[in-house]
Design a protein around this ligand. Structure first.
Ligand SMILES: [Zn+2]
Length: 224
């Protein structure tokens, strides 16, 4: 798997220092600066500590099966900003090369928020996953017109789970969801938010809207 992050610190130098500090117990294979410089911090075949408590498609030990790339960006806490062109070009080249070298499938190119939706927001909705997908890195939804029709919350929870997200509950019924006027449960809600950050950023915060459902149905169908 290939997992993308943002550093979430004020500067790239701060992030580099922390990622190289044994006391911090956090590490990643690569760091990509906003100006496009790439630092390799851990060899590809060694286990790094970038995923933490995480889950994807039944696997919980993501650190043992993934390469982690940190993108320098202050993140939601310190002034989240767009990822510059030079950084996007660098991460696109790096990710493409890693996918070829390690035979990483497109469906296994994910964000930290995908594998830890309750704890993490990175790399976040400003990261241009579409540009990456157009370079052959990762998936992008290609919905059909019918994919945006008639859904209920139980189906959304099922789809999120079958795509790979950790949806712990079997779901509160759609009627209860409506009656409570909010999401069906926190795990499903977090998974939907993570899905939107990655695949439908324009729908972030809008709940299970038409575009999100269409994207989810398309991805589950096409990645089978
Ligand atoms: Zn992260």
């Amino acid at each position: 798997m290939l997992i993308l992050h943002y550093t979430g610190m004020r500067t790239g130098a701060d992030a580099l220092a922390r990622l190289c500090d044994p006391q911090a117990e956090v590490s990643a294979h690569y760091l990509v600066e906003e100006d496009g410089r790439i630092f390799q911090l851990v060899p590809d075949d060694r286990r790094a500590w970038h995923a933490g408590a995480s889950f994807w498609a039944g696997d919980r030990d993501i650190n043992s099966r993934s390469i982690g790339i940190e993108l320098v960006n202050p993140g939601h806490e310190f002034g989240y900003r767009p990822f510059p062109q030079a950084q996007m070009r660098a991460v696109t080249a790096l990710a493409g090369s890693l996918m070829r070298t390690h035979a990483i499938p497109a469906r296994h190119v994910l964000g930290h928020s995908d594998i830890a939706p309750a704890r993490k927001q990175d790399p976040g909705e400003k990261f241009d996953w579409l540009a990456l997908a157009m370079a052959g890195i990762g998936l992008w939804p290609d919905p059909r017109p019918a994919d945006g029709m008639a859904w209920d919350g139980n189906e959304v929870a099922r789809l999120l789970q079958s795509f790979g997200y950790q949806v712990t509950s079997n779901g509160i019924s759609w009627d209860d969801h409506i009656a409570r006027g909010k999401s069906w449960d926190e795990a499903t809600d977090s998974a939907l938010t993570a899905f939107q950050r990655h695949f439908v950023p324009a729908s972030l915060g809008r709940g299970a809207d038409r575009d999100s459902v269409a994207a989810l149905r398309a991805l589950v169908r096409d990645s089978d």
